[in-house]
Design a protein around this ligand. Sequence first.
Ligand code: UT7
Length: 323
Amino acid sequence: MMRRAVVVGTGHYLPERVVENAEFEATLDTTDEWIRSRSGIERRHFAAEGETTSDMATAAAESALKDAGLSVEDVDAIVLATSTADLTFPSAATMVQAKLGMTQGFAFDVQAVCAGFAYALANANALIVSGQADRVLVIGSETFSRIMDWTDRATCVLFGDGAGALLLEAQEGDGSNADRGILATDLNSDGRYKDLLYVDGGVSTQNTGHLRMQGNQVFRHAVEKLAKTANTALDRAALTTADVDWIVPHQANIRIIQGTAKKMGLPMEKVVVTVQDHGNTSAASIPLALSVGKSRGQIKPGDVIVTEAIGGGLAWGAVVLRW
Ligand code: UT7
């Protein structure tokens, strides 16, 4: 017998304001055609003035709790993946805890940029498997619109805001890969690549800063590292690509998503794609895609799912789970 972290609820939240690619044509030397063909993005959501990462995270968490038929009293911990917390401190996770009306347990943020949700899932899984928590809300929530340089066409057209949440619950499995829940994880980082994707400010440099990216360099690392981490996680779960029902990748660029699927030998019919509607929502993209994929009827109980993500650090990783 073995404790497994099983997904018992999903939810997501997208801000009301939708911005189509064409809107950028008024202020930047860009076109809908360039954005669509180079990234696959057609539109994205932007948070309203005053709407914060913890607001969106709370809405996604409430929806995941409702989906599971559970309430905040049933939750032991909140792990929130974000690089755009409301305040320098306290953590956005503790703000979500308060907004949910949760007065027990513990909450903390995980910061691994676009790979944040893989890191958050791996940490939540460790809390559950080691018996430190029975139910964990794992949330990804981002307001990247607040760190865009609106004069840089190479970055500001790529990102969006949103939040997604999973409720994980400890359940007994037999320890085999037929169990439901998280079956394997693989995390990696290599800080030598810091300059490829970073924000040029922060607390100890005394300004908030803007996102800076050498997109084509990140692209070059992405396909190779994502296919490798996904295959490593599958190996650890004693599964092969033939066992995979769905890849739910980080949604940064349709060409990275296609390249990774191809390198893994999987057809696009097995990939959940939301990048056209959400843009790159950093740590929120995977839980958003899981929640949307479930509501579209793509993801079903018993399915083997591989999630993979890469971003600033570089940091990257994959999680294999049975839904
Ligand atoms: O989620 C975190 C990880 N991040 C990623 O995964 C992002 C990875 N990178 C990418 O998705 C792609 O590299 C981009 C979508 C950012 C760019 O696509 P690309 O095919 O790598 O293009 P590029 O950066 O090599 O730029 C090609 C050209 C350049 O012009 P020149 O130098 O060839 O004359 C850019 O200046 O496209 C130009 N360009 C644009 N043109 C019109 C860059 N941005 C734009 C734009 N509109 N918005």
